[in-house]
Design a protein. Structure first.
Lengths: 373, 309
């Protein structure tokens, strides 16, 4: 029998079946795109642009100190003044109330030792802008005090965020690669429901009555799902880059290694679920639990470091953590395959894959599929 | 030499005995029907023969070939239409046939199969858009794609309307013309009677009887139901009934107004005498019928059960 011809026919047939199924398009393409766009819009905004705060200044009783402070406040680059000139306290308070400005700064009303007052809207008091404005003003006041005492500050703090590779890493990049990892993983976790469906409809039995090579059939199916994964990567990347300005630094080799490893692992997990479930509902339940748990624990949307400390060990055993890391290595950090942590991640993933596959085939064998119809 | 020989087949699923003792042999080119009520063990028997279920006991031989030694050879020479049609819903009719064709080392041309199952016009339709009868025909088409010598059809007409059933019968008769051996299971007596060379009645996991349809009917009691209606009123019918009762071969009579029913072991003789009488009296008779025994009667006689579809 001509194996390569049989294989290519099986492959083509399964491609047709996959792309004719509307559910496949919805869950594997549209759903991840919608999810990514939502997350980008909700969480992507503040960190992708520089911090700016709109403020106004009130100078109820102009004096020498207040004039000097006003001059210096105007030097602070992150403050944008709604009015160049000081406004009345009432006018400023109204703006704060209506959220026209982030804060009203009220200059001291006497030359010596008076307070600098900041007025925020109560609703925004705990927000990032309010915190930042307080911090800046706090430092400003300290410097003013030092200057008044005639001392030069000995230490100063400059803050700069760094990431392991490229220095222009943004949340859009982080989320984009997380979403790619998640959708490829879900493709595998949910994709094997097809096996349950085929078993239920007697197709498995039907194929076993022919001399068809079921190993080839499974392999063809796996390749079709990898193809779907590539389509997911391309579409999500295009949207991330063109729509949200994500920056890519691609290392093809580590990307391919991580992608293939992930494809195998999540397919193997789907295979295990399929061996354990009699109905499609049971399968979907298992796949949903697995995907939900991993989605929030594997650093897809937020870095693992934001989890409570006691929970941080869990992601270290989950395969999706390493898959998403691998995707990030290959797509945005452009880190090669030389690092040990990359291979440890691949190793942990493959361990999951091998165990899931072995347990799955054992369950299939012990159940003797024919008897369970 | 039989092309299929089944001896002492047994199978239990846990506490449930599906097949207790089933033996038969099938000759080349015949249509062999296994008939029996739901749960009689028909499908399990077929699945053991098809190599899907391993029997607990007994032997299955395809001539010299057995599943243990020659499974690949057997798979190539048989074609199976399982009870659940088992098709790829998202592929077209033709794509289904083409895909199955690649599983086999040699196959019958797709166009020829499409013609035989009369789906040439639907070749580009997706399976999920086909009617029940069309799906069933496609399933039979898939069973023929490798040009097998032996074809298994498991309840091919269950749940189909009369026209769709007839279409399937035509295909089975065509297969017979081509010299294929067909093993068929069915619920329908009419179907078994019409299509089969031999019928095997299975009940409660055992073979009850096995023979040609005609011989099975022959083996039943010779009593046949005869019906006739007289046109000259009730009095004439009462008189005729009395004459019939005097005839030795008449076992029982029944009268409803001017219609008579009688059961006779020699219906032709009985009618001859009755016609002599009615002719003498000048009574007019119409609607005469001798009811043929059917497999349904055979089934009831052999199993003591009411037939239910």
């Amino acid at each position: 029998m001509n194996h390569s011809k049989q294989f290519s026919n099986m492959f083509v047939a399964q491609i047709k079946m996959m792309f004719r199924e509307k559910q496949v398009w919805f869950w594997n393409i549209f759903f991840p795109v919608i999810l990514m766009v939502l997350f980008m819009i909700i969480f992507g905004g503040s960190s992708s642009s520089e911090f700016k705060a709109t403020v106004a200044v009130a100078d109820p009783q102009p004096n020498a100190s207040s004039a000097m402070m006003l001059e210096q406040l105007k030097q602070i680059p992150v403050f944008e003044f709604k009015e160049e000139q000081p406004v009345s306290k009432e006018q400023g308070a109204e703006w704060v109330e209506q959220k026209d400005i982030d804060a009203l700064i009220v200059l001291p009303d006497s030359e010596s030792g008076a307070a600098l007052q900041v007025i925020f809207n109560k609703e925004n008091e705990q927000g990032a802008s309010a915190q930042a404005i307080s911090g800046i003003l706090d430092k400003f006041v300290q410097q003013a005090n030092l200057a008044a005492a005639g001392a030069e500050p000995a230490f100063s703090l400059t803050t700069e965020s760094v990431s392991s590779g490229a220095d222009d890493l943004k949340y859009a990049d982080f989320l984009l690669t997380g979403m790619i990892g998640l959708s490829v993983a879900q493709g595998g976790l949910f994709g094997m429901v097809e096996l349950v469906d085929m078993r239920k409809r007697g197709l498995m039995k039907r194929l076993r009555m022919t001399p068809a090579n079921m190993g080839l059939y499974g392999l063809a199916g796996m390749l079709v799902r990898l193809l779907l994964g590539i389509i997911q990567i391309v579409i999500l990347t295009l949207i991330g880059v063109l729509g949200f300005g994500a920056n890519l630094h691609i290392n093809v080799f580590s990307l391919v290694v991580a992608f293939v490893a992930g494809g195998l692992v999540f397919n193997a997990m789907g295979y295990l679920f399929s061996s354990l479930s009699k109905t499609m509902e049971a399968y979907m339940g298992m796949a949903n639990i697995a995907s939900m748990l991993m989605m929030f624990l594997s650093g897809v949307f937020f870095p693992i470091e934001t989890l409570p400390a006691w929970l941080q060990t869990v992601p270290k055993v989950l395969p999706l953590t390493y898959f998403v890391d691998g995707m990030r290595d290959g797509l945005i950090y452009a880190s090669g395959v030389a690092s040990a942590s990359f291979w440890i991640g691949i190793g942990i993933m493959l361990l999951w894959g091998v165990v899931a596959f072995l347990v799955g085939s054992q369950v299939y064998k012990s159940k003797s599929i024919a008897a369970t119809r | 030499m039989p092309v299929l020989e089944v001896r002492g087949l047994q199978k239990s699923f846990g506490p449930v005995t599906a097949v207790e003792d089933i033996s038969f042999s099938v000759e080349a080119g015949e249509v062999f029907t296994i008939i029996g009520p739901n749960g009689a063990g028909k499908t399990t028997t077929l699945e053991m023969i098809e190599g899907l279920v391993t029997p607990d006991g007994g032997t299955i031989g395809f001539g010299p070939l057995t599943w243990a030694k020659n499974s690949e050879q057997i798979k190539v020479t048989i074609g199976v239409q399982p009870q659940s049609s088992a098709l790829f819903d998202l592929l077209t009719v033709e794509e289904n046939l083409d895909l199955f064709a690649t599983f086999y080392p040699k196959s019958r041309p797709t166009a020829e199969v499409l013609e035989m199952i009369n789906l040439t016009d639907q070749r580009d339709k997706h399976v999920k858009k086909l009617s029940g009868g069309q799906k069933q025909r496609l399933a039979i088409g898939l069973a023929m794609i490798n040009d097998p010598t032996m074809i298994f059809l498991d309840e091919p007409t269950t749940g189909l309307d009369p026209q769709a059933r007839r279409n399937i019968w035509d295909i089975i008769l065509k297969l017979k013309e081509l010299g294929k051996t067909t093993i068929l299971t069915t619920h329908y007596m009419e179907e078994a009677e019409k299509l089969s060379d031999r019928v095997c009645i299975v009940d409660s996991s055992k073979v009850v009887t096995l023979d040609t349809p005609a011989a099975l009917i022959e083996r039943l009691t010779k009593e046949r139901e005869v019906r006739l209606a007289l046109l000259d009123g009730e009095a004439a019918a009462i008189e005729t009934e009395k004459v019939a009762q005097m005839h030795a071969s008449v076992v029982r009579t029944e009268r409803d107004g001017s219609s008579l029913k009688l059961w006779s072991t020699q219906p032709e003789d009985t009618l001859y005498e009755l016609f002599g009488f009615t002719k003498d009296k000048g009574y007019r008779v119409e609607q005469i019928s001798i009811r043929e025994m059917s497999l349904e009667d055979v089934f009831i006689a052999f199993t003591g059960k009411e037939w239910r579809d």
